[in-house]
Design a protein around this ligand. Sequence first.
Ligand SMILES: Nc1nc2c(ncn2[C@@H]2O[C@H](COP(=O)(O)OP(=O)(O)OP(=O)(O)O)[C@@H](O)[C@H]2O)c(=O)[nH]1
Ligand SMILES: [Mg+2]
Length: 467
Amino acid sequence: MLSKGTIIAPSTPPGSGAIAIIRISGSESIKLTDSFFKSKSGIKLSSSKSFKLILGDFIVNDKTIDEVLISVFKNPNSYTGEDLVEISCHGSSYIKQKIIKSYIDMGVDLAQPGEFTLRAYLNKKLDLSQAEAVSDLISSETKAEHKIAINQIKGDFSNAIELIREKLIEFTSLIELELDFSEEDVKFANRKDLNKLVNDLKNKLKSLIDSFKYGNVIKDGIPVIIAGRPNSGKSSLINALLKEEKAIVSDIPGTTRDIIEDTLIINGLKFRFIDTAGLRKTNDKIESLGIEKAKEKIKKAKVLLYLFDRNDISLKEIIKENNELFHDDLLIILIENKIDLIENYGSNQFYKNLNKEINKSSISNFIGLSTFNDDHIEKLKKLLIKNFKELINNNDIIISNTRHYNALIKALKSLDDVIKSLKNNVTGDLLSIDLKESIYQIGIISGKIDIDQDILSSIFSKFCIGK
Ligand SMILES: Nc1nc2c(ncn2[C@@H]2O[C@H](COP(=O)(O)OP(=O)(O)OP(=O)(O)O)[C@@H](O)[C@H]2O)c(=O)[nH]1
Ligand SMILES: [Mg+2]
């Protein structure tokens, strides 16, 4: 993966488009481009300044392939930190292929996925967590995902991590100083202060670790399960939310047996709606399997939309079933469906009793609706957003990358070891070993230490070609 030579790749998506961009990075990029390029002004790219745009013809074997616009970036002032050329050509597949092939014939390598960003990292243009955020930024589909990625690229997360690392380094150097004076039994690093510092740092790491549960759902979509008795209108509801006939609707109870899911972006947040088999006692083997699956999904869901039709279930059963399905990380929105069939909805006794019971239960919100009514569906969407708007407005650092999460957990454990050692009054040399382990674990996140080649390959292979 780590070729040192000059590399080339298209940076725009495959297929034809109005314009395509081809990127070439490495020591030969400018010289080779000069051999194919005849600028209108007569200027050579090698003698032009950095950040210049130059118009001219791209010529291969005396044949003009296209009229192109070339951007020149001279090292170290480029994305990769190397000499870099970007060719904006017309977006024909033939032109792109012809241009790329002409470089490959001259010994240039086709870039691997993420190789431009990998070079940017190796040339210290970005730290590792910033480089990883580039891929998140490209794949971001919602305002919330975008916010996490752009803040990470700007360095919010890296700075927070770096601050923790610097504090640990400071203390470690004091302890190492003590070791130099070991004969005299002096203590430069106050153990009480160190204990306090490590506890503070632990709290900082913990809040970053906690933020992953938000980061993860922002990336994958907030899982919203639709459950309830058969025929309560669950499949009708998912179809109405997604505005497509995703699930089969029928008046036969037990229609849905498998899990049906799809995502929908509402006001900048991604929700993953999941339709399930109706919950009831049944002897049907396949339906039972569907019910088991539904219950498993509820355990991992953030939101339960529990649908009911008042003709099919008693108030007592509704409350009992919801209390049983509840878990600490679940928001339950109780939905009475088919209210189009109810006269004077809102003023009858069932409704009043229901509101009283809800207050004593694990149900957070209640809404009555008809899946046939678009205004009702819009109200439900607003209710969902209201419950999660802090995810968009939150200005805390949120992590969404599994590698960072795992590294933070390891770093936290290493800080626990420091605290244990402090409690046991261990000698400075042992304490210094513990501290160095923490510094190492934290350094892995931003790539401040030498990162294993395999880890780098796995990180950058998730990128698209040309980035
Ligand atoms: N009157 C009325 N009928 C509805 C409403 N929503 C759904 N229905 C009807 O209720 C019946 C059951 O709807 P489904 O969406 O298939 O119900 P389900 O909960 O997915 O049922 P299972 O998959 O069997 O568990 C269908 O005949 C729907 O047309 C509503 O708001 N009002
Ligand atoms: Mg269904």
